[in-house]
Every structure is written in C-alpha cells, then in structure tokens.
Design a protein around this ligand. Structure first.
Ligand code: XMP
Length: 438
C-alpha cells in the first residue's frame, strides 16, 4: 500500500468531514469509520498511522451514551481524543475537550499529531489512491466477477474506469438507456467505455419500453416511480442473464453515506444507487469511492483519463428528461426538450458559462401557444430555459445570463427545433420554485 492513513472514529461529532478534509489537505489520507469498529477491523485497514476519536453532540443515541471499543486503545496507535470524556487518557497522545476555535490552531494541532506523533508521510495523492484501491479491489474480488450499473454519471463512470484497471475482463457494465438521456450521452458511454477502454459493456436500448410504460402518465411522482422501478427491472433482467456474478460495484461516495444516515447522524434522504434488487439476487458490494468527496471523485476521474465532459458533467436527475418533458411524455416533446437542451449546452459552453453555472437545462410544458410561421398561424410548444446556482440544491438563485447569449439560444431554438414557437427564461429562485419543474 502506498498511502499512510489516519482513521477518524465518528463518535457523534458534526466535524468528521471537516477533520478528514483538513488532514487530507496536509497531504495525508484519512478515512472516517463508525465508532464501534472492532480492533480486528481497525487492524485490517491498510497503513493506519494514527486514530482520532472524534466525540461530539451526537454521542447519545436513543438515550444511550455510545463509546468506542476499549480494545482499540491496546493496538499501539497514537490516539487523539476530542470531546470524549470517557477516553482512556493514559493511552492517548492528547485528550481535548473540543477542537480549537481558530482554524489555524486546529491545523497546527493536526499537523503536529499527524507528523510528530504518528510519523505519517504526506503521500496522499490521486495516483497513490488509485494504486491502493486497485490493490484492495483485487484482494476483495479475487478471480470472481463484478457487475456495475453504468449510468454515465460522474460517480459510476469513475468506478467503471477504476475497476477496468483493477479487474478488467471480470467486470461487466450494464448501461440502460431509458430514452430520457440528454443528446449524445448514451453514445458517449459506449464510445468511452466500450471503444476506448475496452470494457465488457452491455448496452440496453430500453427507450420504447420506458416510453410505453410512461404513455399517458402525467403525475410527476408516478412518472418518477415508473422510471425508477422499470430501471431496476431492466437491470435485474440483465443481471439474471449473466452467470456467476458475486459482486456489485457502486459509485457510492462519502456524502451519500452521510445522507443515508450514519450510526450517529439521522438520514437526510435514501441513497438511490441501485437499491431495491430482489432478495435472491444478493451481491457483495464493491465501493472504492466511498471515502471520497465529489471534487476528489472528479480528480480521480481525470487521473484515470476520463474526458472532461464526463468528469465535469452537471448534476442530472435519475429520471432524466422525463421530468423536463412536463405531464404525459410524448416523443414529439421529448425530442424538442432534448434538441433545445443540446443547443443550450453548446451556447453556454461557447460563452464560458458551462464552467460557471451549477445547473442549466430546458423544459417543454404540455401546452401550446399561438404564433406565426411563414406568414401563417401556428400553434406550438414553448421551450423554457433554466440556469441556476446553488451550494447544496436546497435553495438556488438564477444566473443573470447575458441578453445576447439568451437571444442567440432563442434564435437557434426557433430555427432548429421542431414544434416550438416560443422561448422563455425562468426567473424563479428556489424557494418558491424548485430547480426542476416536476
Ligand atoms: P429540486 O427540483 O428538488 O432539485 O429543486 C434539486 C436537485 O436534485 C435534482 N433532482 C433529482 N435527482 N432524482 C435525482 O437523482 C430525482 O428524482 C430528482 N429530482 C430533482 C435536480 O436536478 C437538482 O439538481
């Protein structure tokens, strides 16, 4: 193993990720683990140089005060205990009541612990991370087979690229094209993974299947449910066709773990990687990115040679264009929303807005308005443009796009997209609007 590691034990602190990031910014890899890790599990982690017991307000769970396994004090690792009254002080390098308030003092404390007490080497970088994960995946998987649902999103793409390096031919990727992808996205998954990286890629063209299930369904939540459950069904069918698969790889990243709830923090939302597979399709999980933050996942993708367009892809909802083609989906409007979206993305890229704006897309509603085309009355759909900025997607403000850019996009949509006679720009912040229209 190439990287030294400091383990943070989550004993109810709200600062676990801050501490992990602070240690990583000193150049030392750091992982967060649950407080009740056993001594054996801790010893099995590669290259542990020191342990931080990170106590905090959430250390009382269901009225019971939780604690770490006392055996971990006997393993000989330098230990720093923070906000942990029960710490066995004689076995610790330092016991603090709380983290220093000043950022600089905290950094200095960590620097001294990590380098002076733990003698860790500053050898955390993406090259070493990838090398270590390749070795760990090889150990876990052996000569068995691994399955991956490759959506083309950043996380699943980076996992695929990493696993191709680690286990190559033992990996099978399944890309389900539900017909609700943006223009060129499924094609780029095939181009990058099948043609360039030589992956075993099963491409499932399920457009007709999804569209027939969605025919006439106008309720947004029903549409979401149908898309989600149909996706699992198609994936399950493909998995059953393959023989002898023991492992399922997932692009779980650290924020997914936090949002799904840890032992000391309540769930924010269900983490929606491929869950919901039937009981008899049991796989062991392979999750090589589970300790990374989003920016680190992107850096990992770049290091693995994935194209910028894939690595810096803007967030895209699982139900895809299905929630941007409002009401009951028709092919006509789905094509309009996809073509208009491609124009928007092209013009944003030309104006340098693709790197600046958090999320931007088009929406086509299910009503028409009157217009004139070639001196005759026409009755066609509007396209709505939306461009928003946000930190956490809980609230969002609109991007004040330059008029000339908006006019150029409008002009192109009018000329190039069929069945459209009007373009509007959505000025609504979240709240009261949401980012998506459905
Ligand atoms: P809203 O519309 O709730 O969106 O303001 C917040 C962020 O979440 C994305 N989004 C989804 N992502 N499945 C997803 O994976 C969904 O059903 C879904 N709905 C919204 C949205 O694109 C925005 O980034």
């Amino acid at each position: 193993m190439k990287q030294d590691m400091i383990v943070i034990l989550d004993l109810g602190s709200t600062k676990n990720t801050d501490v992990a990031r602070a240690i990583r910014s000193l150049g030392v890899y750091s992982e967060i683990h649950p407080h009740d890790i056993t001594a054996e599990q801790l010893q099995a982690l590669p290259n542990v140089r020191g342990v931080i017991i990170n106590g905090g307000p959430n250390h009382v769970v269901d009225g019971i005060c939780i604690d770490v396994n006392p055996q971990i004090y006997q393993l000989g690792y330098p230990i720093l205990a923070v906000n942990h009254k029960e710490a066995l002080a004689e076995n610790c390098v330092a016991v603090l009541e709380q983290w220093p308030e000043e950022q600089e003092a905290e950094t200095e404390l960590l620097r001294s612990f990590v380098f002076d007490n733990c003698h860790a080497e500053a050898n955390w970088n993406m090259k070493n991370f990838i090398a270590d994960q390749i070795e760990l995946v090889k150990q876990q998987v052996g000569d068995k087979k691994v399955l991956l649902a490759l959506s083309g999103g950043v996380d699943s793409s980076v996992v695929a690229a990493l696993l191709i390096k680690a286990v190559g031919a033992q990996l099978t990727c399944v890309h389900v094209n539900h017909g609700l992808m943006r223009k060129g996205e499924s094609e780029s998954v095939v181009e990058v993974f099948k043609n360039q990286l030589n992956a075993n890629l099963i491409y499932v063209d399920a457009e007709e299947r999804f569209l027939s299930k969605l025919a006439g369904v106008a309720d947004p939540e029903k549409k979401r449910k149908i898309i989600g459950s149909e996706f699992i069904r198609v994936f399950e069918e493909e998995a059953r066709k393959l023989e002898g698969i023991d492992f399922l790889a997932q692009g779980t990243i650290y924020p997914d773990i936090v949002e799904s709830g840890t032992k000391t923090a309540k769930a924010v939302k269900a983490h929606h990687n491929v869950g919901g597979l039937p009981e008899d399709l049991k796989f062991e999980l392979v999750e090589p990115l589970r300790q990374l933050f989003k920016d680190e996942v992107r850096a990992c993708g770049l290091e693995l040679g994935l194209p910028d367009t894939m690595v810096f892809r803007q967030p895209f909802p699982g139900p895809g264009l299905g929630v941007r083609c409002l009401g009951a989906i028709t092919k006509e409007r789905l094509t309009a929303v996809r073509e208009a979206d491609a124009i928007l993305r092209e013009e944003f890229a030309k104006a340098g807005l693709d790197k600046k704006v958090w999320q931007y897309f088009t929406v086509v509603p299910d009503f028409k308005s009157v217009g004139v085309r070639d001196n005759a009355r026409c009755y066609e759909y509007p396209v709505i443009l939306r461009a928003v900025n946000t930190i956490d997607a809980m609230s969002a403000s609109i991007e004040k796009v330059d008029w000339d850019v908006l006019l150029k996009i409008t002009d192109r949509i009018m000329k190039e997209v069929e069945h459209v006679n009007r373009v509007c720009y959505d000025l609504s912040p979240k709240p009261n609007a949401t980012i998506e229209w459905e």
